[in-house]
Design a protein around this ligand. Structure first.
Ligand SMILES: [Zn+2]
Length: 152
């Protein structure tokens, strides 16, 4: 009988930026001889420069944030269904070439992004999800006699 415990592993070391692929902050002078300390950034949706109210703020308006998230919801709903079928209905997914369909959908989404959004990313960086769900990096470690040869 072995006891098992869950040990939390560290997610991959990543450096977060305000927004993936965002240009470095632009400092604007509003007084002669003084630089405005507030960094400006490009809106993830419309591409306009704005001054974010928080470090995580990626959109110039609520409308832009909603547009960005609505597109993700619409695109993501079908991808979710396909991915779950790929993971849990493997035989059917293989027969229907589900992985190929998923990749084609992603390519078409990217093509749309290039044509309609000046190639701005339409997805959030993976690091955001990794930080929100650190338990996904957990692993079950068996205690007791180890079958692995230990160093030394
Ligand atoms: Zn915007």
């Amino acid at each position: 009988m072995t006891e098992a415990s869950v040990t939390r592993l560290r997610p991959p070391r990543v450096r977060l930026r305000l927004v993936a692929d965002a240009p470095p902050p632009v400092y604007r002078s509003n007084r002669p001889g003084h630089d405005d300390p507030k960094p400006r950034r490009t809106c993830d949706e419309c591409g306009e420069l704005f001054t974010p109210s928080t470090e995580r703020d990626g959109f110039c308006t609520t409308t832009c944030r909603k547009s960005f998230n609505n597109r993700r919801a619409v695109r993501g709903a079908e991808l979710y269904d396909l991915f779950m079928a790929l993971r849990f209905e493997r035989a059917t997914a293989k027969r229907l070439k589900t992985w190929m369909v998923i990749c084609r959908m992603a390519s078409l989404f990217r093509k749309e992004d290039r044509a309609e959004r000046a190639a701005r990313k339409s997805w959030r960086s993976s690091e955001v999800i990794f930080q929100r769900r650190p338990y996904l990096f957990a692993a079950v470690i068996k205690r007791g006699r180890s079958t692995d040869k230990e160093a030394g």
